[in-house]
Design a protein around this ligand. Structure first.
Ligand code: PMP
Length: 324
């Protein structure tokens, strides 16, 4: 397995990262998760440009100046897939603070910490195991999503994932498959590494992104739903509302569209609602392979970057990341 580190492809087993790496101590890193899919004729990276934009926005918030351009990172993503002969894969770009000052003050001009850029890729068929992917048993609360007033929820920073890690660990230890974290006011925020939707008749409802990451899959599902005549509401969802909803599901690059079958130990949803989730999941699987034909307009070709080509060199008419 080869990874791309600071401009060079090398065997992962040959990487030497110092124990004095700043990010190891303080979690000063930002990352992305991108999926590639084998289509009928070509393989594609799904929304590559949007993921790389979010990576750079996250780095900026952490005062890290990335030593590569967005196009260079996109090219690194392509190289890692090609060199490892991967087409259905998960790609992980990570930018992190390396050796230098061990104080927190790396933004100061006196500190000269190195900034490292890494891209790895691996096969990751299903985020949840096959049995649970048929319908998750989720625990909602007691964990709260942190950083909800400061805008930091938009940042995919390594350090923030301790919050997700602990919520998930608690849920697993209590016998659940996944945790949904709540906002300060008790309404739903998001799951440990995915966004949440509920189905109410022919309307989808998802929380605002005051405490949740504005997921790229979330925005894709919103787009697909609107294209196909579903209503979309972006507003608070209480635990009572999700428990009584026609159905609920999670969205994320890794877990794609994963249905929820049980909430806090009780079975949830109904067959009609589950049918809506299934229809959206099918359309999502088409979209990621450049096979989705929107009824109302054509956006798909701009979501899929063929393997071996950079997103930024192709003309894009319409940027839709994070629009609601
Ligand atoms: N929330 C969190 C906390 C996540 O880690 C992820 C995965 N990136 C998501 C939501 C879903 O985001 P996306 O659809 O962009 O993968």
């Amino acid at each position: 397995m080869k990874i791309w580190l600071d401009g060079n492809l090398q065997e992962a087993s040959e990487n030497r990262i110092s124990g004095m790496t700043h990010a190891l101590h303080y979690r000063t890193g930002v990352f992305e998760g991108i999926r590639s899919y084998a289509g009928v004729e070509e393989s594609y990276l799904f929304r590559l440009e949007d993921h790389v934009d979010r990576l750079f926005d996250s780095a900026k918030t952490l005062r890290m100046s990335v030593p590569f351009s967005k196009t260079e990172i996109e090219s690194a993503v392509q190289q890692v897939l090609v060199v490892n002969n991967l087409s259905n894969a998960y790609v992980r770009p990570l930018i992190f603070v390396g050796e230098g000052s061990m104080s927190l003050d790396i933004a100061s001009s006196r500190a000269s910490n190195s900034i490292h850029t890494l891209v790895a890729a691996w096969e990751w068929k299903s985020y949840f195991c096959e049995a649970t992917a048929a319908g998750l048993n989720v625990q909602i609360g007691p964990w709260k999503r942190i950083f909800q007033t400061s805008g930091l929820n938009k940042v995919k920073a390594s350090g923030f994932y301790v919050n997700s890690y602990l919520a998930y660990a608690d849920a697993r230890e209590a016998g659940y498959d996944e945790a949904i974290l709540v906002e300060e006011n008790g309404n739903l925020a998001e799951a440990s590494a995915s966004n949440v939707f509920i189905v109410a008749g022919t309307t989808l409802i998802t929380p605002r992104t005051t405490a949740a990451l504005p997921g790229i899959t979330r925005s894709t599902i919103i787009e697909i739903a609107r294209d196909n005549g579903f209503g979309v509401e972006i507003r608070d969802i209480s635990i009572e509302e999700i428990s009584q909803a026609d159905h609920a599901f999670l969205t994320g690059t890794a877990c794609e569209v994963t249905p929820i079958a049980r909430i806090n130990g009780k079975s949830s949803g109904n067959r009609t609602g589950a049918g809506v989730t299934r229809a959206l999941a099918v359309m999502y699987q088409k979209a990621v392979r450049n096979e989705y034909m929107p009824i109302m307009r054509s956006a798909t070709s701009e979501w899929c970057t063929p393997l071996g080509r950079n997103a930024r060199v192709s003309e894009r008419r319409d940027r839709i990341a994070f629009t609601e």
